[in-house]
Design a protein around this ligand. Structure first.
Ligand code: GLN
Length: 187
């Protein structure tokens, strides 16, 4: 099973390592046509506005088509890219998830933090770095993980988004969950 990790910028190598540890064959995606060759895609953290610049018009259109069809997991900036409504400031999204997400929502004093949240009702470490906040959940968007009262990982069909960085914790449950989604499809 070939899994792509979008490798234009940001935190892609930690995802690659984790996915390989779990037995996936990883393709670092740098060109739009590489999307034709993979069963699922991880869009890593980084800077969502920079991703948009680097993708360009053609890359954005191709990625938009991909995320509609195939399992995709966006973390942090990747989650921002998948949303259909982005605030602070407003920014285009791929529209794969009907959510409103607010960039850099925790303010400067908590630029980054490690907190304990709940993933499928079990405790899990969550690393937040200049994290966004999911402010609105559309119909049929399911909450998979929470931190305090906030939804921090959501899913609709084959699309998964987390506002934290599971690749930076020493715990493979979240990547395994995504690989199971790629293997088993929507359920
Ligand atoms: N603050 C970044 C953005 O708005 C996201 C941060 C991250 O991916 N760690 O795009």
């Amino acid at each position: 099973m070939k899994i792509g990790v979008l490798a234009l910028q940001g935190d892609f190598d930690a995802h690659r390592k984790r996915l390989e540890e779990l037995g996936a064959e990883v393709v670092l995606v740098k060109k739009p046509e590489q999307l034709d060759d993979i069963a699922g895609l991880v869009i890593p953290g980084g800077e969502s506005s920079t991703f948009l610049n680097l993708l360009g018009k053609e890359g954005f259109a191709k990625l938009k088509g991909f995320v509609r069809m195939k399992p995709t997991f966006g973390t942090c900036a990747g989650a921002i890219l998948l949303a259909n409504e982005v605030e602070n400031p407003k920014q285009v999204g791929l529209g794969a998830l009907d959510i409103t997400i607010r960039r850099n929502a925790y303010g400067r004093q908590v630029d980054s933090s490690i907190r304990e949240g709940q993933f499928l009702h079990d405790p899990i470490e969550m690393v937040f770095i200049r994290a966004p906040k999911i402010e609105r959940l559309g119909k049929d968007v399911e909450v998979v993980a929470t931190e305090g009262r906030d939804p921090v990982m959501v899913r609709k069909g084959n699309t998964l988004a987390a506002t934290f960085h599971p690749e930076l914790s020493d715990d493979s449950r979240i990547h395994q969950y995504f690989l199971d989604l790629v293997t088993n499809g929507k359920h």
